[in-house]
Design a binder for this molecule. Sequence first.
Ligand code: ADP
Ligand code: TRP
Length: 324
Amino acid sequence: MRVLSGIQPSGRLHLGNYFGAIRQYLELQEKGNECFYFVANLHALTSTRDKEELEKATLHVATGYLALGIDPERSIFFLQSDVPQVTELTWILNCLCPVSMMEKGTSYKDKVAKGLPANMGLFDYPVLQAADILIYNSEVVPVGADQKQHLEMTRDLAIKFNMAYGETLIVPEPYIVPEVAVVPGIDGQKMSKSYNNTIEIFQSDSSTKKRCSQIVTDSTPLDAPKDPEKCTVFALLKLLAEPAEIEEIAQKYRAGGYGYGQAKARLAELINEKFAPAREKYIQLEKDKDFVRDVLREGGRKARQVAEETITRVRNACGILTNR
Ligand code: ADP
Ligand code: TRP
């Protein structure tokens, strides 16, 4: 199966990115699929104007993916900006895309409500994402639940193109794992860079501990029984602990005498254990920036080959003559 996904370099990688998306990327890679993973730096331009910040975040995400286990021997790993065919396909899809489809975009509306400038890039974000997906003939797209609407729009645009010009584009399927559809942040809302409520993957053990201690809980006294299902700490523990320990902690919550502080300390321990190898790898890779750039360059080369085939098919289908 041809798998594709991307993450915007709009900040530092966090547990929501890992459980909502990256973990699935790795599973799909392990199963021997043909995976394309990329850093969506053109998308990030819709929300930042800071050159240094964008460059830094792009390399952070690239280094982070590699540290977490994206294997350039098995997956094609690259920067969105290394494949110019994507922006050409975006234009062609734009010409088929009803304005009303974009106006229904919940992510667009949310971002504008949060104060991002309502520019054409932000409005058109889903069409660029559709081009990302369609240009590589992707069949399966692993993402978090917040991306569901963008996948529906992508399918719609592929179908519209095929109806207008004949079967040319593959209609992809989203791959969303329900249990991790929405990972909560330290305030209980969806964990997101833009809510400033994340627990970062690549930070020190002590920063993780401090961040976990900041998770908002209710004021039930230590001795009183607690409902684990209403607690953000427990929701995160469920992602990290083994089933037997989850059950044991749930019982302790219900019995009373077990404080949120203890649960938070255990959570920090589990996070630090789980990401220790990736953190170590990240430090190594940071010292070898050339390796990271070489991987991206090679990935970009392979991605462009596939993209060029698709864009040629698309141009031929819709009558765009070229003389290259
Ligand atoms: P953020 O909301 O922090 O800006 P992104 O939009 O860059 O995160 O998301 C990158 C990927 O991680 C997407 O596939 C998204 O669905 C997934 N993701 C992000 N936050 C969460 C979350 N809290 N729960 C589940 N998946 C998430
Ligand atoms: N919009 C996605 C996000 O915010 C990032 C993204 C861009 C993407 N292009 C994509 C995800 C293509 C999957 C496929 O996370």
